[in-house]
Design a protein around this ligand. Structure first.
Ligand code: NAD
Ligand code: TYD
Length: 337
């Protein structure tokens, strides 16, 4: 099998490339990545010399590059996206370009080159926001109700993927996954930002009252779910992938990280809330469990501890990415603290 992985130099994409070679060593992977601020070839250093791996530095919005990358491809796994809600609030335009237009360009090329499968990686954020006092969860039948420029652009891409299935018969699958955590996560998302700030003895910014709830999943569980969907998933179907069975709010997670690092809760700094902040995400993953036999294998507390350990052991990795552009973004988002 020859796979085209888009966004393979990012957080989940690079974990997926490692996962795939570990589990399917004979397959070929072409990684197409623009190397935005979030893309980092360091994440793939250990497989750089693998003859089954090749890298194309390019933009999914560039139809010529995409056409070249699609030659001889059996399966597309499409991760490439602008992925951070706060950045989408600062400037939505790149989100529309990459997430919507870029996806459409890939879909066109996938159709032209008659790929056997186009798997689109999406998010639970397209479903909107649940109430804190609710016990309900999102599932595959929940109506879309995106509320941030990020989730709106992801919803747009999901609709296009579905349109290419219904209109042109492109063999697609979609997965809508909850918040991932693990190694190689760019330190702008809650868990990676908190760990790296604490390791530098900096405060951790808590938006609003800190009682917001996300459904967390260890990244390798996400990769295994994608593998199963590629092997056994039904064409045209969507699968929700989630991790937790009980709500865990941001403050509880931050307190766990503080404890793991032996820091004080005074490190928490309540800051201005995110505009339009979605209150609660929770995902019902019974469809993928019942149909494909998937369930998360990585317990949150244990793998949070291992993730903290990874950031402790890989200081140079995150110190390098917390330079330059990161500083400019950080100051714009959080001020000079
Ligand atoms: P990330 O921001 O860490 O990585 C994105 C990657 O895409 C980077 O390598 C970047 O260089 C590349 N990229 C961006 N624009 C590109 C373009 N125009 N052309 C080619 N490459 C481009 O993102 P992530 O957290 O790894 O997320 C990957 C995918 O998973 C995204 O589609 C995201 O919406 C989805 N997702 C993420 C999460 C999460 O918790 N991180 C949860 C659910 C779904
Ligand atoms: P984030 O990791 O950006 O993911 P999401 O796409 O789900 O918003 O944020 C997770 C939660 O953490 C969300 O409720 C916002 C909150 N948060 C903070 O409180 N402080 C921060 O500095 C960041 C980045 C996020």
């Amino acid at each position: 099998m020859k796979l085209l992985v888009t966004g393979g130099a990012g957080f989940i994409g690079s974990n997926f490339v490692h996962y795939w070679f570990k589990n399917h060593p004979k397959d070929l992977i072409v990684n197409l990545d623009k190397l935005t601020y979030a893309g980092n070839l360091e994440n793939l250093k250990s497989i750089e010399e693998n003859p089954n791996y090749s890298f194309i530095h390019g933009d999914i919005c560039d139809s010529q590059i995409v056409d070249r990358a699609m030659q001889g491809i059996d399966i597309v796994v499409h991760f490439a996206a602008e992925s951070h809600v706060d950045r989408s609030i600062i400037d939505p335009s790149e989100f529309v370009k990459t997430n919507v237009l870029g996806t459409q360009i890939l879909l066109d090329a996938a159709l032209k080159h008659k790929v056997k499968r186009f798997h689109h990686i999406s998010t639970d954020e397209v479903y909107g926001s649940l109430k804190l006092e609710d016990t309900s969860k999102f599932n595959e039948r929940t109506n879309y109700d995106p509320r941030s420029p990020y989730s709106a652009s992801k919803a747009g891409s999901d609709y296009l993927v579905k349109a290419y299935y219904y209109t042109y018969g492109l063999p697609v699958t979609i997965s809508n996954c909850s918040n991932n955590f693990g190694p190689y996560q760019f330190p702008e998302k809650l868990i990676s930002l908190a760990i790296t700030n604490l390791l530098e003895n900096k405060k951790v910014p808590v938006y609003g009252d800190g009682l917001y709830v996300r459904d967390w999943l260890y990244v390798e569980d996400h990769c295994r779910a994608i593998d199963l969907i590629l092997q056994k998933g039904k064409i045209g179907q969507t699968y929700c992938i989630g991790g937790l069975t009980e709500d865990l709010n941001n403050i509880s997670i931050l307190k766990k990280i503080i404890k793991l690092l032996g820091k004080s809760e005074e490190s928490l700094e309540y800051v201005k809330d995110r505009p339009g902040h979605d209150r609660r995400y929770a995902l019902d993953w019974s469809k993928i469990k019942n149909e494909l036999g998937w369930q998360p294998l990585h317990n949150f507390d244990e793998w949070l501890e291992k993730t903290v350990g990874w950031y402790k052991e890989n200081r140079q990795w995150w110190k390098n990415v917390r330079n330059g552009e990161y500083q400019t973004y950080y100051e714009k988002q959080y001020g000079t603290r």
